[in-house]
Design a protein around this ligand. Structure first.
Ligand code: NAD
Length: 261
């Protein structure tokens, strides 16, 4: 087990990619703080199952990633209850699809806060202890939309390009402290985040459900299939492992060939 005894925070891990990454890290022996919204009983069931399946400690924080003080509180909780934060995965994210002139201002603010600023606040809070130990792993979930754009996703694309810039900058600052900072750029993964945007895309582009999946989502992906959370989890494990020690400041696509075009 590559990550035995390491302690990890995975934000937005009650669902989708975050949960897949939490499972992949736990499978390698890491203790996990899971975070995110959802039904309390369901979250507790997820937490207990993750701990039992992999024989690791799993705790939960309901911190809202749009609230800087709650992000600091989450890092403090993990440090106190797990002992340290060795791996930080900034994954929580939301999406909104709308033409720019109709884009709701509060959606812009929420997407910038959760998809970009939350990573800044979490990194800022964990870096002192990682620097002191001269060791750490920071993994930011960006997107193929950190590298290329699609119409009607102004806030998301802006936030994800921001995540790429943040990743490179912090990687340079921490390079001599044994801390790596990388970004994973998935193509389309069939999670609730993607399922929820299909109706809005149908409206914005005047398409049927199947047309959106084929001509918008998978149109960009030469593999013609969704990326899986297990594949993203495997990349996160590599980035968190000893083998990833010289990989830093990397913006790594895992997108079925999308941005190669
Ligand atoms: P998802 O909707 O399945 O999960 C999002 C998670 O974030 C959930 O656990 C949710 O509760 C949590 N969350 C949302 N708002 C939060 C808040 N304010 N505070 C704390 N937690 C919050 O989404 P996903 O598809 O798994 O996306 C995860 C990440 O991967 C996001 O950053 C997303 O932009 C990125 N991504 C997804 C895809 C895709 O195709 N699904 C592609 C590229 C990048």
């Amino acid at each position: 087990m590559m990550l035995q005894g390491r302690n990890a925070i995975v934000t937005g891990s009650t669902s989708g990619i975050g949960l897949g990454i939490a499972e992949a890290l736990a499978k390698q022996g890491a203790n996990i703080l899971i975070n995110g919204f959802g039904d309390a009983a369901q979250i507790e069931a997820t937490r207990a199952k993750l701990a039992a399946d992999h024989g690791v400690k799993v705790i939960y924080s309901g911190a809202d990633m749009s609230k800087p003080d709650q992000i600091v509180g989450m890092v403090e909780q993990a440090t106190k209850e797990l002992g340290s934060v060795d791996i930080l995965v900034n994954n929580a994210g939301i999406q909104h699809v709308s033409p720019i002139e109709e884009f709701p201002v509060e959606k812009w603010d929420a997407i910038i806060a959760i998809n970009l600023s939350a990573s800044f606040h979490a990194i800022r809070a964990v870096v002192p202890q990682m620097k002191a130990r001269k060791s750490g792993r920071i993994i930011n979930l960006a997107s193929a939309h950190a590298l290329v754009a699609s119409p009607f996703k102004s806030a998301y694309v802006a936030a994800k390009h921001g995540v790429a810039g943040l990743t490179k900058t912090v990687a340079l600052e921490l390079a001599e402290f044994g801390i790596t900072v990388n970004a994973i750029c998935p193509g389309y993964v069939l999670t609730p985040l993607v399922e929820k945007q299909i109706p809005d895309t149908m409206k914005a582009r005047n398409m049927t459900h199947d047309q959106v999946v084929r001509d918008v989502l998978l149109h960009a992906q030469p593999t013609k299939r969704f990326v899986t959370v297990e594949e993203i989890g495997a990349l996160a494990v590599f980035m968190a492992s000893e083998g990833g020690a010289s990989m830093t400041g990397a913006i790594v696509p895992m997108d079925g060939g999308w941005v190669a075009q």
